[in-house]
Design a protein around this ligand. Structure first.
Ligand code: NI
Length: 145
Protein backbone atom coordinates (compact mmCIF):
# COMPACT_ATOMS: atom_id res chain seq x y z
CA UNK A 1 0.00 0.00 0.00
CA UNK A 2 1.23 3.54 -0.77
CA UNK A 3 1.12 6.51 1.53
CA UNK A 4 -2.15 6.90 3.39
CA UNK A 5 -4.14 10.11 3.14
CA UNK A 6 -6.93 10.92 5.55
CA UNK A 7 -9.93 12.76 4.15
CA UNK A 8 -13.05 14.23 5.72
CA UNK A 9 -16.37 13.79 3.98
CA UNK A 10 -19.65 15.51 4.81
CA UNK A 11 -22.56 13.14 4.46
CA UNK A 12 -26.25 13.20 5.26
CA UNK A 13 -26.88 11.30 8.54
CA UNK A 14 -29.65 9.18 7.13
CA UNK A 15 -27.55 8.25 4.10
CA UNK A 16 -24.66 7.31 6.39
CA UNK A 17 -26.95 5.09 8.47
CA UNK A 18 -28.10 3.30 5.36
CA UNK A 19 -24.47 2.94 4.22
CA UNK A 20 -23.45 1.52 7.60
CA UNK A 21 -26.19 -1.07 7.57
CA UNK A 22 -25.38 -1.92 3.94
CA UNK A 23 -21.68 -2.49 4.63
CA UNK A 24 -22.50 -4.46 7.80
CA UNK A 25 -24.59 -6.80 5.64
CA UNK A 26 -21.68 -7.07 3.21
CA UNK A 27 -19.35 -8.08 6.05
CA UNK A 28 -17.13 -4.99 6.27
CA UNK A 29 -15.52 -4.34 9.66
CA UNK A 30 -15.14 -0.61 9.08
CA UNK A 31 -16.14 2.17 6.76
CA UNK A 32 -12.66 2.88 5.42
CA UNK A 33 -12.33 -0.42 3.59
CA UNK A 34 -15.86 -0.10 2.24
CA UNK A 35 -15.13 3.41 0.93
CA UNK A 36 -11.90 2.22 -0.67
CA UNK A 37 -13.70 -0.62 -2.44
CA UNK A 38 -16.42 1.73 -3.68
CA UNK A 39 -13.82 4.13 -5.06
CA UNK A 40 -11.84 1.35 -6.73
CA UNK A 41 -15.01 -0.06 -8.26
CA UNK A 42 -15.99 3.35 -9.62
CA UNK A 43 -12.54 4.00 -11.05
CA UNK A 44 -12.37 0.62 -12.76
CA UNK A 45 -15.78 1.21 -14.29
CA UNK A 46 -14.70 4.48 -15.82
CA UNK A 47 -11.46 3.43 -17.53
CA UNK A 48 -12.36 0.13 -19.21
CA UNK A 49 -13.45 1.70 -22.50
CA UNK A 50 -11.03 3.68 -24.69
CA UNK A 51 -12.05 7.37 -24.98
CA UNK A 52 -12.78 7.20 -28.71
CA UNK A 53 -14.49 3.81 -28.72
CA UNK A 54 -18.08 3.87 -29.95
CA UNK A 55 -20.47 2.92 -27.18
CA UNK A 56 -24.10 2.88 -26.29
CA UNK A 57 -25.17 3.83 -22.81
CA UNK A 58 -28.15 4.47 -20.60
CA UNK A 59 -28.21 7.07 -17.88
CA UNK A 60 -30.83 6.50 -15.21
CA UNK A 61 -31.78 9.51 -13.10
CA UNK A 62 -34.09 9.86 -10.13
CA UNK A 63 -35.06 13.38 -9.11
CA UNK A 64 -37.73 15.54 -7.54
CA UNK A 65 -39.24 17.63 -10.31
CA UNK A 66 -40.18 20.37 -7.82
CA UNK A 67 -36.48 21.19 -7.41
CA UNK A 68 -36.15 24.64 -8.88
CA UNK A 69 -35.13 24.64 -12.57
CA UNK A 70 -33.91 21.04 -12.37
CA UNK A 71 -36.13 19.60 -15.16
CA UNK A 72 -35.13 22.54 -17.39
CA UNK A 73 -31.42 22.02 -16.67
CA UNK A 74 -31.61 18.32 -17.49
CA UNK A 75 -33.45 19.05 -20.74
CA UNK A 76 -30.99 21.81 -21.70
CA UNK A 77 -28.03 19.46 -21.19
CA UNK A 78 -29.62 16.89 -23.47
CA UNK A 79 -30.37 19.46 -26.17
CA UNK A 80 -26.77 20.70 -26.05
CA UNK A 81 -25.63 17.13 -26.79
CA UNK A 82 -28.49 16.15 -29.09
CA UNK A 83 -26.07 14.44 -31.47
CA UNK A 84 -25.46 11.64 -28.97
CA UNK A 85 -28.89 11.50 -27.33
CA UNK A 86 -30.98 8.83 -29.02
CA UNK A 87 -34.03 8.81 -26.80
CA UNK A 88 -35.34 9.74 -23.37
CA UNK A 89 -37.91 7.90 -21.30
CA UNK A 90 -39.63 9.78 -18.51
CA UNK A 91 -41.85 8.23 -15.85
CA UNK A 92 -43.68 10.19 -13.13
CA UNK A 93 -43.16 7.85 -10.16
CA UNK A 94 -45.36 9.73 -7.68
CA UNK A 95 -46.25 13.33 -6.83
CA UNK A 96 -42.61 14.38 -6.47
CA UNK A 97 -40.29 11.84 -8.01
CA UNK A 98 -39.36 11.34 -11.63
CA UNK A 99 -37.42 8.56 -13.27
CA UNK A 100 -35.60 9.46 -16.45
CA UNK A 101 -33.63 7.09 -18.67
CA UNK A 102 -31.51 8.72 -21.35
CA UNK A 103 -30.19 6.51 -24.14
CA UNK A 104 -26.88 7.66 -25.58
CA UNK A 105 -24.69 6.59 -28.48
CA UNK A 106 -21.33 8.04 -29.41
CA UNK A 107 -17.70 8.19 -28.38
CA UNK A 108 -17.10 6.84 -24.92
CA UNK A 109 -15.61 10.14 -23.72
CA UNK A 110 -18.66 12.13 -24.92
CA UNK A 111 -21.15 9.67 -23.45
CA UNK A 112 -19.26 9.66 -20.14
CA UNK A 113 -19.05 13.44 -20.06
CA UNK A 114 -22.76 14.01 -20.63
CA UNK A 115 -23.65 11.28 -18.14
CA UNK A 116 -21.40 12.90 -15.53
CA UNK A 117 -23.01 16.29 -16.10
CA UNK A 118 -26.54 14.86 -15.85
CA UNK A 119 -25.77 12.81 -12.73
CA UNK A 120 -23.91 15.64 -10.97
CA UNK A 121 -26.67 18.20 -11.59
CA UNK A 122 -27.72 19.57 -8.22
CA UNK A 123 -30.94 17.94 -7.07
CA UNK A 124 -30.47 14.62 -8.85
CA UNK A 125 -30.88 12.10 -6.03
CA UNK A 126 -29.54 9.08 -7.82
CA UNK A 127 -27.82 8.59 -11.13
CA UNK A 128 -26.11 5.75 -12.88
CA UNK A 129 -24.49 5.23 -16.27
CA UNK A 130 -24.42 1.78 -17.81
CA UNK A 131 -22.20 1.69 -20.86
CA UNK A 132 -21.69 -1.06 -23.38
CA UNK A 133 -19.45 -1.44 -26.38
CA UNK A 134 -19.00 -4.25 -28.90
CA UNK A 135 -15.27 -3.44 -28.91
CA UNK A 136 -15.19 -3.90 -25.13
CA UNK A 137 -17.01 -7.21 -25.12
CA UNK A 138 -14.28 -8.93 -27.12
CA UNK A 139 -11.40 -7.60 -25.00
CA UNK A 140 -12.63 -7.54 -21.43
CA UNK A 141 -14.06 -10.26 -19.25
CA UNK A 142 -16.43 -7.80 -17.51
CA UNK A 143 -17.93 -5.57 -20.20
CA UNK A 144 -20.66 -4.38 -17.85
CA UNK A 145 -18.26 -2.82 -15.35
NI1 NI B 1 -42.04 13.43 -13.91
Amino acid sequence: MGNLSRIGVSIDSELLQRFDSFIADQGYDNRSEAFRDLIRDRLVGSVVVAPNALVVGTVTLIYDHHTRLLPEKLTDLQHESHAIVISTLHAHLDHENCLEVVVLRGKSKDVQKLADRLISTKGVQHGRLVMSSPETVSHHPHPHR
